[in-house]
Ligand binder design. Structure first.
Ligand SMILES: [Zn+2]
Length: 374
């Protein structure tokens, strides 16, 4: 047997270089933030789930386990069970803020409250993975941007707005999965899911039409949670066709005439922050087209009518987690979740940096509306 060759310097260098991207990526895997600036007491997604965010769709029992483990480990996090779905799954609301404010959360006044709602349409599932990354980053991050958000905001994460529909999607895909993952052909069974689909709730009802009628347990629980906070910013995270790019507010015209005037101003503020983040990454996006702010039952419209800056985000779907697009590229769950994470981060950071003005504008708009009513 010939002696084993010693590794050449070039090979050693190549191996070391190959490690660099892994070391440079954040520990939740969805951004390029530094990997070492984390509280080691807070479990990473991989430590609890057994895989990296974006590898697969997180089923509800693992989502709740992760949320609970993070809440137990981080003094920044509080988790409340707002209610239960028709199938008995928990509707959660997770509040994350600085350690001193988290210790007396009931008295929190002054910071901006940001509500981030994920995957109300169960098969628009990349939002759930982005939300878990937001939770880890905010609970464990020690970097300047994370501190800036925690110091000026309470971030309210609704990690899965339609747990029954989302679970149906996660299980559909898991059942169709093979040893090599899911087939990316758009016509593959894995991309279709079981009839009649995972968009709606247990009753196949579209929960993103229910906010003003509130006829479903998920919505009633959510609205009670919303009214206990009165968020200044409300983001609703969705998916659209796989061949599209990314949409964020402002919406298309016509806009409902009851939308407060300051909301239009803030749409532009957040759009600029999101656009800057997407331009830096070289990702395509659009706005002012395709999605309206007219019907008051949407997950952003009803919040807007309370004075919040409500914004829909839409990401091109990765289908079953990887789908071939008409341009030949493959959209993956990780890429989809990365886009949602980037938009949520940019929006949350922009809100924190302008917290005092956003809260002042909100109070002024509410006072004006109260005066009109009396
Ligand atoms: Zn949707």
């Amino acid at each position: 047997m010939p002696p084993r060759p010693r590794p050449s310097a070039a090979r050693t260098l190549a191996a070391a270089t190959a490690l660099v991207p892994a070391l440079a990526a954040a520990q939740h895997g969805l951004s390029a933030a530094a990997a070492d600036a984390y509280d080691p007491a807070v479990p990473t997604p991989r430590a609890v789930l057994g895989y990296d965010l974006g590898d697969r769709f997180t089923p509800h029992h693992l989502l709740t386990r992760y949320v609970e483990r993070v809440a137990a480990a981080s003094p920044r996090v509080r988790v409340d069970t707002l209610g239960h779905t028709a199938e008995g799954r928990e509707v959660l609301l997770v509040a994350v803020t600085s350690e001193p404010r988290a210790a007396r959360l009931a008295e929190a006044r002054g910071p901006v409250f940001d509500r981030l709602g994920h995957s109300v349409h169960g098969n628009e599932a990349s939002g759930v993975e982005a939300g878990l990354a937001m939770l880890y980053q905010l609970a464990a991050g020690r970097d300047a941007e994370t501190r800036a958000i925690l110091d000026s905001a309470v971030v309210l994460l609704d990690p899965s707005q339609n747990p029954d529909g989302h679970e149906r999607h996660a299980q559909d895909v898991a059942r169709a999965r093979g040893a090599f993952g899911v087939p990316s052909a758009p016509a593959a069974l894995a991309q279709q899911g079981a009839w009649p689909g995972a968009r709606g709730s247990h009753y196949y009802f579209d929960l993103n039409r229910d906010w003003f009628i509130q006829s479903h347990p998920e919505t009633r629980a959510r609205v009670a949670g919303f009214l206990s906070w009165m968020p200044h910013v409300a983001v609703d995270v969705h998916e659209m066709g796989s061949n599209s790019s990314y949409f964020f507010a402002p919406p298309m015209e016509p806009v409902n005439r009851n939308v407060p005037a300051d909301v239009r101003k803030w749409w532009d503020v957040f759009a600029a922050a999101n656009a800057a983040a997407f331009d830096r990454a070289g990702w395509a996006y659009f706005r002012r087209e395709g999605y309206d702010e007219f019907y008051p039952g949407y997950g952003v419209s009803w919040p807007i009518l309370t004075g919040a800056t409500g914004m829909t985000f839409e990401q091109a779907s990765s289908g079953a987690g990887a789908i071939r697009r008409t341009d030949g590229a493959t959209m993956t769950l990780r890429e989809a979740a990365r886009h949602h994470y980037a938009a949520e981060w940019a929006t949350t950071l922009a809100a924190a940096r302008r917290a005092a003005v956003r809260v002042r504008d909100y109070a002024a708009a509410r006072a004006k509306s109260e005066a009109k009513r009396s």
